[in-house]
Design a protein. Structure first.
Length: 141
């Protein structure tokens, strides 16, 4: 009888941990999707709004996200996107690198499991046609 009780307790504990880990993975996947979506909305002035949106989204999946642990990077970069490499002869591009990094802890029985989500992309903010070389201007005139 004692063995049956021990086996039942072990099954309950294993089931609880399996449930918590599956919730943790699901929450991380959903939050990763939200971070990726928010990359499109980041600009120079709205970092606080993006942080608040991510904190609200995280709360839906029982993740306690501290706004101070949401880091947003928005800076100039010379790195072109793949389509821009092909169009580099006829246009000049100004790009920004946008990155969001989120750090939080998932709690299981009082123990914290560190989680981190980092996503980045290159965002085009301006396009200007290149001036034609002097040889072309002479031919046109």
């Amino acid at each position: 009888m004692k063995g049956v009780i021990v086996a039942a307790v072990v099954l309950v504990v294993v089931g609880y941990f399996a449930s918590q880990i599956s919730q943790m993975v699901r929450a991380k996947m959903e939050l990763t999707d939200r971070v990726t979506q928010q990359l499109d909305f980041v600009d120079e002035d709205n970092h606080d709004m993006v942080r608040a949106t991510l904190v609200q989204e995280a709360a839906k999946w029982s993740v306690e996200l501290d706004p101070g642990k949401v880091n947003i990077l928005y800076q100039d970069t010379e790195q072109p996107t793949t389509p821009q490499r092909f169009l580099g002869r006829i246009a000049e591009f100004r790009n920004k690198k946008v990155a969001i990094s989120v750090r939080y802890y998932w709690r299981i029985l009082g123990f914290g499991i560190a989680q981190e989500i980092t996503r980045a992309k290159i965002k085009q903010v301006e396009v200007r046609p290149k001036a034609p070389p002097p040889e072309y201007r002479e031919l046109v005139e």
